[in-house]
Design a protein around this ligand. Structure first.
Ligand code: NDP
Length: 596
């Protein structure tokens, strides 16, 4: 028992709350935005510029213009490779930050470590947690700085990717009738980019206005992504379904603007302190060259329970790691995985008790406060950090419609049914998140076809197989960019991507230098990497059987080996991985790869 907390009673409460929410359809409960729902995916920001279909050749094609494409493109240019084409379905660079322009959007990891290539581009973040417009500008800054606009194909969706073994080229087909060739292809299509809708009965019947948060309709709401008031909502009854990280950021803005706001909640998020503040340019001037690499390693070390002389970032993420580490220290026990997990449970009980107390301190209405308390461990769901979200429920026109884990009952032509009551609405906003754990080809919109006609989805039918999360046997000159089977650092995704970009640029430059036309991981090296990761794989803290369901744990459904392969990382943790991969790529041996 942790001082003052009955851990057993807490565990029982957590299990009861989980059981209320477990449902057999798991991930299948959501609706894919296709057919009559396809309009929820339309780009509201940029109309495609007409152009002729392309049938040319580039050295490197990168699929996806988010951070993965930007940082890999930058590293390729730095390595002297000029012919780099980024293909992006959005009308500009930015990925997540292109699509997500909802009011209040901001980074949840401190900008000094979250925003890549700050030193290279000479940018000082204006705030500790910068808002979305500044992040989108930074994406454009990277693209401009490294001349990535020159050969970019924007508003262009890849529909086919085939390896031509005779020509040693990838053939890329798109929805703009392009048929381009590339010597090398890299893919950074994002783990969470395809919006999903809640599978609520009658959703197709709703006749009011509706949109998904990742396609915010400012035309309807008024306001802008910079935070101007949503001045067209003053006489509107607005409903929002979902209370995840996105909803937490936009609800304060809606609460200030809507005539009436109805928040339909299935599970409350945990809302820790944000403590945002502007950055002092004089202080920024004092940072020495190489500061960002130092900050990145400092954050990763502390966030994952390691030791450093100082905490440069000092936020809720590093607080989680430091609390666990200090618990092990004070117990006098060894730093084993088991002791770490025991310490995690204790420190988490304390943290969640603080988070629930914070709800009581900030929300005036007792019933609303009770309903906003999260009853699960902090890492069962994406932790949220906000200093205005809870206060929003003190606005007289804002109503929390808690459904006690059951969710919205049904939707009809005029509104939403929950707890047996009908809520008539002018507008319904879906803050229902993004597909996770579905087939990669379904999320990407194409399937890579490698040597001998093998599809990547077939190669990965029983789970991801790779070396370093980057190379796949049977798919020469193809590179995957993402956290899985690499560092798997979830608290700062861009850090994984920047490292992968560096690795890929080094390998492509080497392939060109040695005059090889193909680079491919051997079957043995791929198998050895997967075995190594699997042997050391430990259940993620986000994946405890006591967790309330969500996308961190496959909606509470067992995932088996496939799920493990699709979510595992380097067993010794992100810091060890970053050190390992740096040594691997600098050794010049590229062990496991074959250059032909
Ligand atoms: P989430 O998947 O986290 O949230 C979806 C929400 O919809 C949940 O609250 C879910 O409830 C609710 N929901 C689903 N079905 C129903 C239903 N039938 N009835 C009522 N409610 C329902 O999506 P988000 O867009 O909020 O966040 C996705 C991820 O995007 C984050 O976890 C984070 O990784 C990233 N993100 C990052 C940000 C940043 O870094 N600044 C900001 C925002 C998002 P339940 O919990 O019960 O499933």
């Amino acid at each position: 028992m942790t001082t003052g907390i009955d851990a057993e009673a807490l565990r029982e409460k957590y299990r009861a709350e989980r059981d209320k929410r477990l449902r057999p359809d798991g991930n299948e409960q959501y609706i894919e935005p296709v057919g009559k729902f396809a309009h929820y995916l339309e780009d509201p920001y940029v109309a495609p510029t007409p152009r002729e279909p392309l049938s040319d050749e580039v050295t490197v094609a990168f699929i996806g213009g988010g951070f993965a494409g930007l940082v890999t493109g930058a590293r390729l240019k730095q390595a002297g490779i000029d012919s780099v084409r980024i293909i992006e379905k959005g009308g500009d660079f930015g990925g997540t930050w292109y699509w997500n322009r909802y009011p209040g959007a901001q980074c949840d990891t401190a900008a000094f470590v979250y925003l890549p290539l700050l030193e290279e581009t000479g940018h000082m973040p204006s705030e500790k947690y910068t808002h979305a417009p500044e992040i989108l500008d930074h994406c454009r800054r990277i693209a401009n700085h490294f001349d990535l606009y020159d050969d970019a194909c924007l508003s262009t969706e890849v529909t086919g990717l085939d390896w031509d073994d005779d020509a040693k080229r990838w053939i890329i087909r798109t929805n703009r009738s392009d048929e381009m060739r590339a010597r090398y292809v890299a893919m950074g299509t994002g783990p969470l980019h395809r919006p999903k809708l809640p599978g609520i009965a009658g959703i197709e019947c709703y006749e009011g206005h509706s949109f998904h948060t990742s396609r915010w309709d400012y035309e309807y709401t008024g306001g802008d992504p910079a935070g101007a008031p949503l001045d067209r909502l003053g006489d509107k009854r607005v409903g929002i379904i979902g209370t995840g990280a996105t909803a937490v950021q936009c609800i304060p803005h809606l609460a200030r603007s809507c005539g009436e706001l109805f928040v339909f909640q299935r599970t409350p998020s945990s809302i820790d302190v944000r403590n945002n503040h502007p950055i002092d340019p004089d202080w920024f001037e004092t940072l020495e060259p190489g500061w960002q690499a130092k900050w990145l390693m400092n954050f990763t070390t502390l966030q994952t329970g390691g030791f450093a002389d100082e905490d440069l970032v000092m936020d809720g993420w590093t607080d989680i790691g430091k609390r666990i580490r200090d618990k092990v220290m004070s117990s006098g026990k060894e730093f084993t995985r088991e002791n770490f997990i025991e310490a995690y449970e204790d420190s988490d009980d304390e943290k969640m008790t603080e988070i629930r107390a914070r709800v009581d301190a900030l929300v005036h209405d007792r019933e609303t406060a009770e309903a906003l308390k999260p009853w699960y461990r902090q890492l069962c769901k994406r932790p949220c950090f906000h200093d205005e979200y809870l206060d929003a429920y003190n606005e007289p026109g804002t109503h929390l419609i808690d459904t006690d884990g059951k969710g919205v009952e049904r939707i009809d032509a005029t509104g939403v049914w929950a707890n047996g009551e009908h809520y008539e609405l002018d507008c319904l906003i879906y803050a229902s998140g993004f597909e996770v754990g579905t087939e990669y080809a379904r999320r990407a919109g194409f399937d890579a076809v490698g040597r001998g006609g093998e599809k990547l989805s077939e190669h990965w039918a029983d789970g991801m197989q790779s070396l370093h999360g980057i190379h796949v046997h049977g798919f020469p000159n193809l590179f995957v960019v993402g956290p899985t089977q690499g560092a798997n650092l979830i608290s700062n995704i861009p850090h994984n991507l920047t490292e992968a970009g560096q690795t890929i640029a080094t390998i492509i430059a080497h392939t060109i230098d040695v005059g090889a036309s193909e680079v491919e991981v051997t079957e043995t090296a791929e198998q050895a990497w997967v075995e190594r990761l699997e042997a050391g794989a430990v259940a993620r803290m986000t994946n405890s059987p006591d967790c309330t369901p969500g996308y961190y744990n496959n909606e509470g459904q067992p995932t088996g080996r496939r799920g493990r392969l699709n979510s595992m990382g380097y067993p010794e943790g992100p810091v060890a991985y970053f050190q390992y991969i740096d040594a691997w790529r600098n050794s010049g041996d590229f062990e496991g790869l074959e250059f032909r």
